[in-house]
Every structure is written in structure tokens, then in C-alpha cells.
Design a binder for this molecule. Structure first.
Ligand code: ADP
Ligand code: MG
Length: 412
């Protein structure tokens, strides 16, 4: 589907470009006042048509920033040149006003502002030239009402800016919406996968555990050594069962996971206490900074699970001896929890992959932590945001709506 769509848009692009090139060539040949003399100006015009056409035709193959910038610069030089070469064709002035519209095609805000700036600077030079050097000989329609023309030019740039602003905003929103759909699709697939896997593994585990419990009570295995082995095996199976239950919680939220009032300060304190010794493994310290009690409506265990995952990731990313900072504060009607580390950081692609099941860069990672986190955050209408750059650490910001208890207390 996407393939066909791409082919169609490419075909449409080439059809439009061939029409534009045909119009440019017809301007060179049909009734061109400089055609007969074949001077420097005419040759420059021919060369610019050639360069501009090549750039436009190459673009779908090499969609690079450099080529985009090249197209804008060549388009500007082309339109200003024909304006100067054919002063009698006053309508060339319209093209000058609409040069920045080219960059709207590329949906690149930096390029658009560059083009707007370039065009404004060029038009000021041009008007200066017409006023001082030309003195209205060739461009009387501009010179006689310079201010009026300038105001019209500014108006046209404002219209183009407005069109850009509206369409760019809409495209950005669509992009975000598309990413959210992809993310929830991922979660849905993982949920189904988790349910299937958990179901398949749970049954054999129950059977094995049942037999082990029987053997544990069997008088045939009497020595303490053997009993110890059995209870160890049963304990390990209990751990496996717990993991599976966690897995299942993604697909089907358990009935007992009731929504209650959770005190963020208390949860953060217990989570950091729990992870204290884990941090000490690599000499990492967790610093907690929460001034007040903030209450949110969620499930205590799930919020713990979420924070453990995030803080554990921060510790694992940190270098030996680094501090992981955990803070919570109130921002409007939300509690904002920040987990800041100065560790390995992530690239943009890595951040985009977070939440994908089994995505992990660690040798012993499961790649399930972030997926579970995203699930919990979505369940309680929270948001998560990553500020990170490779090699410079990560700051994870989680926001949850405050429960009416905090709001009533603080009177916000
Ligand atoms: P796991 O921890 O088992 O690898 P997660 O889903 O918790 O799985 O994390 C996925 C990956 O995201 C990690 O392997 C790591 O590469 C990256 N990541 C998560 N948090 C951080 C962080 N604070 N700093 C750097 N990388 C991180
Ligand atoms: Mg993890």
C-alpha cells in the first residue's frame, strides 16, 4: 500500500516537474527578446534553466538537506536573473514574491526561514538598485510607487508564512498522531503475545511445581540436602510464575489492581530504599529530592514497578561512582517526577525504539521494562518524555495528573 502510494506521488512529482521544465524552456524559445542576440544574459538564462531542471529531477533520488538548500538558492538566482534580464515582463515580480513558497514543499522549518530571510534581503537590494542605479528607466512600475510595492511584498511574505505555519503545524500533528498509533499497535501486539506465551508456559510450570511439592513430602527423599534442593527448585519456579504474572498483567489488567490514592513521596522513598543496594554494586548513589506529599490516582504496585524500571535503567546506564537524581514537584495540576542520570545517554533512534518489546542494548537485558512502563503510564493518563543525548546522560520526565486529594490540600 505504502509502496504504491510512494510510486504514485513520485510519478505525480515527475509530471509536475516536467510541466515546470517545459514552461521554463518555452520561456527561453518562444518570443524571447534576447533569443536573436544570443548574448551573455541569454546564455546565463539557459544555464540556469539547465541547473534548476537537473536539481528538480535529482531531488527524489537524493533527498538531502544540501540538495534542498541548493534548489532554494538556484530558484532564487533563477527568478532574480529573469527579472533583471526581462524588465518588460513585469509579472516576473510575482515570482520573486513567491520564492519562499518553494521551501514549503520540503516541510523543513529552518529552510523556510532561510528562504524568507534570503528573499527579503534580495528584494531590498533589488529595490535599492532600482531606486539608485536604474532610477525607474527599466522598472517604472516599481520605482513610481516603491513604498506600495514594498508593502505588497511584505504582505505576500506574510501570506506565505501563514500558509507555511498552518500546513507545518498540521503535518507535525499528523506525524505525532501516526507515532502514537504505531506505539499503541506495538503495545497491542505485545499484549497478545504475552498472553499466549504466559498461558503456554504457566500450565507445564504448575505441573512441575506440583510434582516437586509431592517429592518434597515424599519420605523416600529424606536427607536435608535433598529437601533443600526441592525447596530451592520450588522457590525458583515461584519466581518464574511471578514473571509470567507480570507478563499477563500487560494483556489483561488484573481485577485486584485497583486504583487507589498513591503517595508519590512514600513510593519514591520505598523504591529508592529498595534500589539502594543495587546502586552500591557499581558505587552509584541515588539522591532523592521530594519536598511534599503528592497524591495520584493509580495502583501502588504498578507505580512502584514503573519507577523501579526507570531508576534501574538510570543506574545501569551510569558510570561507576555517578549519582542518580530523583525529584518530584508539582507543576500545575500534575506531579512531575524526574529521574536524571549522567550515563551513556541515547541517540534519537534509540529513544524511538524504547517500548518495543525485547529492545535492549544490554547483554542481560530483557527489553521489556520500558514497554511495561509505557503501558502503566498510558493506563493512568500520564506522560513520559526523554531528554537525552549520546554520552551526556538522560533525564526522564514522568507526569501524572494529581488526585483531588492533593489539589484540595494545596488549593491549586
Ligand atoms: P532492559 O533494561 O532490559 O535493557 P528496558 O526496556 O528497560 O530494557 O530498556 C531498553 C533499552 O533502553 C536499554 O537496553 C537501554 O539501552 C535503553 N535505556 C533505557 N533507559 C536508559 C537510560 N536512562 N540511559 C541510557 N539508555 C537507556
Ligand atoms: Mg530496564
Amino acid at each position: 500500500m505504502k509502496e504504491t502510494y510512494n510510486k504514485l506521488t513520485k510519478r505525480l512529482y515527475y509530471i509536475v516537474m516536467f510541466i515546470i521544465i517545459a514552461i521554463m524552456i518555452s520561456g527561453l524559445i518562444i518570443d524571447n527578446p534576447r533569443f536573436a542576440e544570443f548574448g551573455v544574459g541569454y546564455i546565463a538564462h539557459c544555464l540556469l534553466v539547465l541547473v534548476f531542471s537537473i536539481c528538480l529531477l535529482l531531488y527524489p533520488k537524493y533527498e538531502t538537506d544540501v540538495l534542498r538548500m541548493g534548489i532554494i538558492i538556484v530558484a532564487s538566482v533563477y527568478f532574480y536573473t529573469i527579472f533583471l534580464l526581462y524588465p518588460d515582463t513585469w509579472s516576473n515580480f510575482i515570482f520573486l514574491c513567491f520564492i519562499p513558497a518553494f521551501s514549503i514543499m520540503f516541510f523543513d522549518s529552518k529552510l523556510f526561514y532561510f528562504s524568507l530571510f534570503l528573499n527579503s534581503a534580495a528584494i531590498l537590494f533589488l529595490f535599492g538598485y532600482i531606486k539608485v542605479v536604474d532610477q525607474g528607466h527599466q522598472y517604472p512600475y516599481i520605482e513610481q510607487d516603491l513604498i506600495g510595492n514594498l508593502i505588497n511584498f511584505i504582505g505576500s511574505q506574510a501570506i506565505i508564512y501563514f500558509i507555511f505555519y498552518l500546513s507545518y503545524g498540521r503535518i507535525k500533528r499528523q506525524q505525532l498522531y501516526f507515532e502514537q498509533i504505531q506505539q499503541s499497535e506495538r503495545l497491542k501486539i505485545t499484549g497478545q503475545l504475552a498472553a499466549a506465551v504466559a498461558h503456554e508456559i504457566r500450565n507445564p510450570l504448575t505441573v512441575v511445581k506440583g510434582y516437586l511439592q509431592l517429592f518434597e513430602q515424599d519420605t523416600a527423599y529424606n536427607s536435608d540436602d535433598q529437601k533443600g534442593h526441592f525447596s530451592l527448585m520450588i522457590d525458583e519456579l515461584n519466581v518464574a510464575e511471578e514473571v509470567i504474572s507480570q507478563f499477563l498483567s500487560i494483556a489483561k489488567p488484573e481485577k485486584d489492581k485497583v486504583t487507589e490514592t498513591v503517595d508519590v513521596k512514600v513510593v519514591l522513598q520505598s523504591v529508592t530504599d529498595l534500589l539502594h543496594s543495587y546502586g552500591l554494586l557499581h558505587d552509584n548513589r541515588i539522591e532523592l529530592n521530594v519536598a511534599e506529599d503528592y497524591y495520584i490516582s493509580a495502583n501502588n504496585i504498578e507505580i512502584k514497578q514503573l519507577l523501579i524500571n526507570i531508576i534501574k535503567n538510570a543506574i545501569e546506564a551510569s558510570k561507576t561512582g555517578d549519582v542518580v537524581l530523583v525529584t518530584a514537584r508539582m507543576v500545575n495540576h500534575f506531579v512531575e517526577i524526574k529521574v536524571i542520570d549522567h550515563g551513556s545517554g541515547m541517540s534519537e533512534e534509540e529513544v524511538a525504539s524504547l517500548g518495543t518489546p525485547f529492545y535492549s542494548l544490554k547483554s542481560k537485558g530483557t527489553g521489556l521494562g520500558m514497554m511495561i512502563c509505557f503501558n502503566i503510564i498510558e493506563k493512568y493518563n500520564g506522560t513520559i518524555d526523554f531528554q537525552t543525548s549520546k554520552g551526556h546522560g538522560t533525564s526522564v520526565t514522568i507526569c501524572f495528573p494529581l488526585s483531588s486529594k492533593t489539589i484540595a490540600k494545596k488549593g491549586v
